[in-house]
Design a protein around this ligand. Structure first.
Ligand SMILES: Cc1cc2nc3c(=O)[nH]c(=O)nc-3n(C[C@H](O)[C@H](O)[C@H](O)COP(=O)(O)O)c2cc1C
Length: 366
């Protein structure tokens, strides 16, 4: 079955993309994922000076189900890529040459400087990548340098930086949003005012995964200490779905949405699409299940389309959005349904089910 979809003029062989993070951290893993059948990938976020990026170990923490021990939540305190930009440029070129039909999206991040953002945009664009994702959303580490979610939390900065990139970009630009704000529509609409062609949502939710009761140290513990990190995996899905639905309802129609957060199966992915996402990204799911999970994603989507008689992936996008309403409207609909039920219950063929005197009393007003 044809699972392709065209978004911002780019044809995706299927809507399943690796989310920025370890699954897209170098050319080798990107190639493996394209061989496995992923439609595209957002590579790990790159910046001009990788020497400023120093990661810690351990940097992940899991939340497990009390009953089954299954991983339901995942926290990381990982930074953006620590690999030099020159190496990345070479690898972007190489991957695009080897896989011309797969979509390669470069995630970029810089400090608050027009020159730096534009220099990075031009360099990466020259490699032939298909689109940009602007990382306005990593919640830890980079904010100390006014990067990442420091920008996504301030709509004026989101708009300004997006417009810097759009000034020099000849390819589509998506802005990736942080969920650590009150109303995701505000920074998203600011990015759209800055010229963004699409919005990716969500990045991780600020979290503390737990405290070790032996050592009394919060986790993940690095030489006795920690910092709050970013929460992902299935536990964040309802929050991500809510935010994607707000974007689906609130963004101009021509702005695309890439849905992210806790997707681990075709069912999860389809839910995001029904609420307005035309592509979906998966990061932690791939870290826990491996790249082969794309088989189930493709099979599940194809089966859903056959069962529900959708003839293209595009038809699914936003299909469930009209069913969001207001509380007042729900109350009104309930009253209407009650009235309707009461009418049905008074039809002539209902007589005889109860004692005739009881039925007479039921239909009598005084
Ligand atoms: C270990 C790890 C590293 C990540 N690194 C990045 C990154 O470099 N850039 C970025 O935009 N998002 C990064 N993310 C966020 C993911 O792309 C994604 O937005 C988030 O984890 C929610 O999706 P998921 O539940 O499928 O993981 C990272 C996530 C994890 C778990």
């Amino acid at each position: 079955m044809d699972l392709s979809i065209t978004v911002n003029g780019i044809k995706f062989p299927n809507p399943f993309l690796l989310g920025s993070g370890p699954p897209g951290t170098n050319a080798r893993v990107l190639a493996k994922s394209f061989d496995a059948g992923w439609g595209g990938a957002v590579a790990k976020t790159v910046s001009l000076e990788s020497s400023k990026v120093v990661n810690v170990v351990p940097r992940y923490g899991k939340l497990r189900s009390r009953e089954t021990n299954e991983v339901i939540g995942f926290q990381n305190i990982e930074l953006i890529s620590d690999r030099p930009i020159e190496v990345w440029l070479e690898e972007f070129r190489h991957v695009k040459k080897e896989y011309p039909d797969h979509v390669l999206i470069a995630s970029i991040m810089e400090e608050y400087s027009k020159d730096r953002w534009q220099e990075l945009t031009k360099m990466v664009q020259d490699t032939g990548v298909d689109a940009f994702e602007l990382n306005f959303s990593c919640p830890h580490g980079m904010t100390e340098r006014k990067m990442g979610s420091e920008m996504g939390e301030h709509p004026d900065l989101t708009q300004e930086v997006t417009s810097w990139v759009k000034e020099v970009s000849k390819i589509p630009v998506w802005a990736k949003m942080t969920p650590n704000i009150t109303n995701i529509k505000e920074p998203s609409l600011a990015a759209v005012r800055g010229g963004a062609d699409g919005i990716s949502a969500i990045n991780t939710i600020l979290s503390v995964i737990g405290v070790n009761l032996d050592t009394l140290r919060p986790m993940p513990t690095v030489e006795g200490y920690t910092v709050p990190g970013g929460y992902s995996a299935q536990a964040v899905k309802p929050i991500a779905l809510r935010m994607v639905s707000q974007l689906g309802l609130g963004l101009p129609k021509e702005v695309s949405i890439s849905g992210i957060g806790g997707i681990e199966s075709s069912r999860d992915a389809i839910e995001f699409m029904l609420l307005g996402a035309s592509t979906v990204q998966i990061c932690t799911g791939v870290m826990l299940q491996g790249v082969k999970m794309v088989d189930e994603l493709q099979e599940g989507l194809a089966k859903f389309m056959t069962d529900k008689e959708f003839s293209s992936v595009q038809e699914i996008v936003g299909k469930s959005l009209p069913y969001f309403s207001t509380h007042m409207d729900l109350v009104g609909r309930m009253k209407e349904a009650k009235r309707h039920k009461a009418g049905e219950a008074s039809r002539d063929n209902e007589w005889g089910k109860k004692d005739i005197t009881e039925k007479t009393a039921e239909l009598t007003s005084n």
